[in-house]
Design a protein around this ligand. Sequence first.
Ligand code: TXA
Ligand code: MG
Length: 317
Amino acid sequence: MVVPPTPENLERAAQVLRSGGLVAFPTETVYGLGANALEATAVAKIFEAKERPSFDPLIVHVADQEMLRVVVREIPPLAERLIERFWPGPLTLVLPKSAEVPGLVTAGLPTVAVRMPAHPVALELIRRAGLPVAAPSANPFGYLSPTRAEHVERMLGHRVDLILDGGRTAFGVESTIVLLAERPVLLRYGAVTVEELKDVLGTLELQIGESEKPLVPGQLPQHYAPRTPIRMAPAESIPLEVRRRVGYLAFQEVPKGFKVVKVLSPTGDLREAAAHLFEALHQLDRLGLEAIYAEPVPEMGLGRAIMDRLRRAASNP
Ligand code: TXA
Ligand code: MG
């Protein structure tokens, strides 16, 4: 059931989490599918609902530093600096896990991915539940991420106890993931840009490659995909007779001749484009098109996260 985030509904949702149920809630990135992170049987419901393979670890969401200390064993100085600069916000840190966190959450890894979301509804929900909340994006495994409550309702409505509607999410792409080993390693492009991270860290190692046995399943070559086949190509390269039959996801301008066009940002703003990316793909995917073509965007700032999602969506399984 989709409900507005009134104090009563937040209390109800917190109660669902405390009693081991599933709540979908808005964050500043995408909607999350949450369960009590300290309870393996509750977390198991997430994997079931998403049909997510259990080798794919989850992100734990906390509302304050006290909760952070419940789920991690130590906070290295570099992590402190990133937390100070980016939390609450769309940066996930991978840190040594505490014994409190069930192995199912971390897929047996000795580390746990954790973040403090910046969305007031998410924070209030976690606070009221009084629990760290494990939450992947609220979509079936491998499919487009949800940026609106109705995306969650359509994809997983029958499998979730409650959906809190917080409107469209601000960033529209998932959090950036950084592993803090001896050196910081970027595991996933996301809403915090590489440029912003380098500002704090100086250097940053990348480990974003495509592999069949990835460290992070967001690194699976095929991910974030619509059901309609999707390809990346500039409009000029697509013949007119093809254009008539397919949809186009354009960055800034409307090219001629396509059956349908969605523009990500008329002003060419990458932040706006990221915020519209999954929504536009959800819309195009519902039209029963033969194919969707997507225009490449500049690979800087949020453009890197957009291109990462498009490449994976376009990759054949
Ligand atoms: O923006 C976001 O991060 C959203 C919202 C709901 O917070 N959540 C999200 O979760 O994107 P999910 O499950 O779709 O992606 C989590 C990623 C996975 O690819 C997972 O493998 C990685 O985080 N991850 C989790 N724990 C990890 C660990 N210990 N080491 C490396 N990667 C980890
Ligand atoms: Mg996901």
